[in-house]
Design a protein around this ligand. Structure first.
Ligand code: AMP
Ligand code: ZN
Length: 130
């Protein structure tokens, strides 16, 4: 399969791997938003959150906490944001969780078109409609 993350896991493409065990690998994101931005990637190829087994999600949660502690100690991070993209917005179709360290002085924002948004009441009615 022509999957870049599978290739990293097999050692065919280099990465800055900061942690690994039997189930997951954690490496630095090649295009970081902040210092220490990294990805938890499953060793087995699952495409997205519909495919991944629940016990593996639990494991990833535990590892997120471990990585947070490491980054807190080594990089003195102030917070951490977890993001996991699926379908639209997911560039690499191999399940992964972004761990993005936050720093009090980082200027990280996410941009969106506030003007295009519907009123909350309208959205609520659409979601709750029969
Ligand atoms: P997503 O859009 O959620 O699929 O995110 C894919 C992420 O993988 C992006 O943040 C990329 O910067 C990152 N990425 C792509 N190729 C590599 C690579 N060879 N090594 C490390 N990170 C990568
Ligand atoms: Zn893969």
């Amino acid at each position: 399969m022509d999957c870049i993350f599978c290739k990293i896991i097999k050692g065919e493409i280099p990465s800055y791997t900061i942690y690994e065990d039997d189930l997951i690998t954690v490496f630095l994101d090649i295009n970081p938003s902040t210092n220490g931005d990294c990805l938890i990637v499953t060793k087995e190829h699952y495409e997205n959150f519909l495919d991944i087994p629940e016990d593996l999600i639990n494991h990833i949660h535990k590892i997120s906490i471990k990585i947070y502690s490491i980054l807190k100690e080594k990089l003195n991070i102030d917070g951490i944001t977890l993001i996991q993209n699926n379908f639209y917005g997911q560039d690499i179709k191999h399940y992964h969780v972004h761990l993005t360290p936050r720093y009090k002085n980082d200027k990280l924002t996410h941009s969106y078109n506030k003007e295009d948004l519907l009123e909350l009441k309208k959205i609520f009615e659409k979601i709750k409609s029969a």
